[in-house]
Design a protein around this ligand. Sequence first.
Ligand SMILES: Nc1ncnc2c1ncn2[C@@H]1O[C@H](COP(=O)(O)OP(=O)(O)OP(=O)(O)O)[C@@H](O)[C@H]1O
Length: 824
Amino acid sequence: MAAQSTLRHSGDPLLAILGPWARLFRSKVKHTSKAARLAATLAFIITILSGAYGGRSWLRQRSKKKAQRQRLLRRNSGLRGKDGSRTIIVPYRSSTAEVKIHPTKPMTFDAHRRLFLNPPRAARLGEGQMTGQVPPPNTKPGLNIAFIHQFLSLLSIMIPHWNSKESGLLFSQGLFLLLRTYLSLVVTRLDGEIVRDLVAGNGRSFLWGIVKWCGVGGFASYTNAAIKFLQSKVAIAFRTRLTRYIHDLYLNDNLNYYKLLNLDGGIGQGADQFITNDLTLFTASAASLYSSIGKPLVDLFVFNYQLFRSLGPLALTGLLANYFITATALRRLSPPFGKLKAVEGRKEGDFRALHARLIANAEEVAFYGGADMEKIFLDKGYKDLKVWMEGIYRLKIRYNMLEDFVLKYSWSAFGYLITSLPVFLPEWGGLGGRSELPTSDTTQSSSTTNRSHGRMQQFITNKRLMLSLADAGGRMMYSIKDLSELAGYTSRVYTLISTLHRVQAAAYYPPRGTSPEPYSLSDVLGTLHRGYDGVRLENVPLVAPAIYPLPGNLLIPSLSFTITPGAHVLISGPNGAGKSSIARVLGGLWPVYRGLVSRPRNSGIDGIMFLPQRPYLASGTLRDQVIYPHSEMDMRDSGRKDYELLQILEDVRLGYLPEREGGWDVRKEWKDVLSGGEKQRMALARLLYHEPRYAVIDEGTSAVSSDVEGLLYERCKERGITLLTISTRVSLKRYHEWNLDLGQGEEGDEWTFDRIGTEQEKEGVERELESLRERLAKVEGWRKRREEIDAELGKVWVSGQHEEGTELPPPEYAEKEEESGGPS
Ligand SMILES: Nc1ncnc2c1ncn2[C@@H]1O[C@H](COP(=O)(O)OP(=O)(O)OP(=O)(O)O)[C@@H](O)[C@H]1O
């Protein structure tokens, strides 16, 4: 029996663990009363039942949530939180995942403005106020105080609180980095022991050493993988923080995405290269810096201390001197990697912008057959980039040679010298060196053997320490280059964010002690008043702005008119007179340089809506095209239904679209699917959906047939929308009450604002007729003058060649054909 039980125990380890517990349970059960057993059984059954019920409702909720997510994803929609956050649904593997986005608080932007617009003078960025640019053009990206300021400013966005997720990630990474250093130390010692045992022929210890080596190796591999994983997590967390911050600053009610390119111009071709490429490089570089500098720094301290213990103060002094000299030499001789990287980023951006332009205008270029011309632009853009990159590589090759020689070969030679110290200069060889001295209580031969084994172990350990140290020092040196490159990326990202802050705060100041250029961005004195039921301009000059700090171009010196509800206005005039410019000022795209502009507060319902000259079709579903700029979430919130959208499409004669395209949820490249007229009608459908009180329609029906055009205007008016139509078509007057006519006078900078169909307007027409009559009266005189000139020219032509009235000889080829009997 005993034998049986032993067999069972050894055969089934699980039973061996559970057996005692089972016995304990059985003995407890035996000693409990019947009532207690009944209660326990009941509790057990209730637990199982409630568990099953809970599990079932959890499963149900999960499948309901899954279905909701799928629906939201299909409809390009999401969920809105009470705290203003948005939850969007993204595809994840075969299912979906939720991403919650919290908007950046305005307070945060206010707090950061100081960092990005008023940097300390010590950072050599304060001079920006003198030149009106932040950062000033003379701030070179490199390892300087400006870099530290820029990096710390960005760090305050990347790690907003000490207890944020990013700090946690960095802390965990730090722990793993320390662990790796510790493991390197263990490996170093182990290496020495293994070689000692091998030389001494101690097989048992040698094998045990190998086992320990493998165990430590496995653990070290896991540590390395964890460090890399955490580094990528840190990089992506940094990138998420910065991207969201930039998006919140870039895409807001202040229209910074428009102003950045059209008014400020501080970042050249646009923000896309900055946000996509430079930001990625910056965050990857910042995250790797932590381990690429942090780890060797810790290593340097630990290994130096170890070497000091075994080699003594002379070695340590030598080592430190070596670091200092090589670091200074390399720093002096290194090219300005930061500046090179910043320029490279700009050139990459220019090249990318050329491609983006071609993609956006592919149809137009194709019609013109402009491929060859576009290729020239693209090839030139690439050549610029290539020449720059080759220049960088040439600079790098020289530096790399020097770096390699110094860090690999000269350092190892120096390392051998240092590790030989205990052998040749035992009295200088530190604490470990004392063991080298002969002792009197051992025999000569065993002392020699022991000493040589001890030397061997110590040499191997020291050599490994030296190698690790050289590796750590090398990595420190290499990271000087990484640091310079990081300075380049930092400068790019900092420039983007500070320019965005400047646009957001309209912080354009003339250099100290000077007055601003008239009609430049630092000379904006007018007011844009939102919250007026109508549209009113009072003594507003119409100025086409120029990129800061240049002065704008004055189109109309002073414009004043008021539009009240129901007073539909046609804004007419020749091309380039400034019609669309009025819309730009009203929309807040262009600044109000002088005077007062009043407009409704909101865009859309109860406000004002603008239909631009070039119809825009968003990416998304067919529904998204009608409700733009609403999302489906907004549409559901306002209680609108799909059948209403269909009615709107019927009103603009696009009722066939949902069926033809395959429903409301279908996604297509709508700008290629819809014709020019359909696009304009879609824009009017948006107007009918939003039903604003006022609408500015800029050439919104130029591609629509005139019968449908009239119908569209009537539909808008039926819904109580007051129209401000910008058009060169005088025929549109019949749908409007007032006419603002621009481009009059000699200079084209005068204007009239008249009621259509009134005495005043008739007088205006009379005036125009009178001026035409005056011109007609001059026609007779011009005709006579032309006859005189013709006669003069006729004399010159005829003299000495042909008689008047004689036939001109036939062309040569006609003569030949006649001779050969006509064309074959
Ligand atoms: N972003 C800009 N920067 C500088 N000048 C501009 C800008 N946009 C337009 N302009 C200039 O302002 C003037 C008025 O332009 P606007 O677009 O208002 O003309 P318009 O009367 O609407 O002409 P059209 O009938 O051709 O649409 C033009 O001379 C134009 O070149």
